[in-house]
Design a protein. Sequence first.
Length: 172
Amino acid sequence: MAIRYFIGFFLLLFCLPVEVIGCFCFKAKKKIYSEDLSCHRMPFYTAKKGKKEAAGPLVLPHDQTSRLEECLAKRRLACERMPYLKGFTIQVYMGNSRATALSMQERAAALQTMYTPRLHYRQPNYVVQLGFFPERLEAYFVYVSLAKALPHVLLRPFMLKRKGYPLSLQNN
């Protein structure tokens, strides 16, 4: 029995450490995966240069010119029947002080000689307005020149009754 223990002790003492040490000393090679996938790539084709040819006549199969003219005529009639002209005005002052409104009217008249400022009283406010412009762009140029001297001026939409305005603006 002693021999059996002796052989077992011998194996444990000498054989196992060699195997264990052998495992730690030698590194296993890692296999790196590689595969050639170039056969699966999509081919890249360059476009061929085309020749420029003269364009043929432009044919519009769905011409809507007559329908468009009809719609514009209807709109023109509807605008003529409207009792107001749509446009823009420059508001110089709005408040309940008559003295301030009169002084702002004088300052605006001194700064802008082409348009005369008008003073309106609609209870409880006094409003000083300058000009009537059918288009916003026309009003904007006057507004910019006034805004440098009077920073509180406003450019606002305005509807003017047709009866009291010159015919030149009524036809536009």
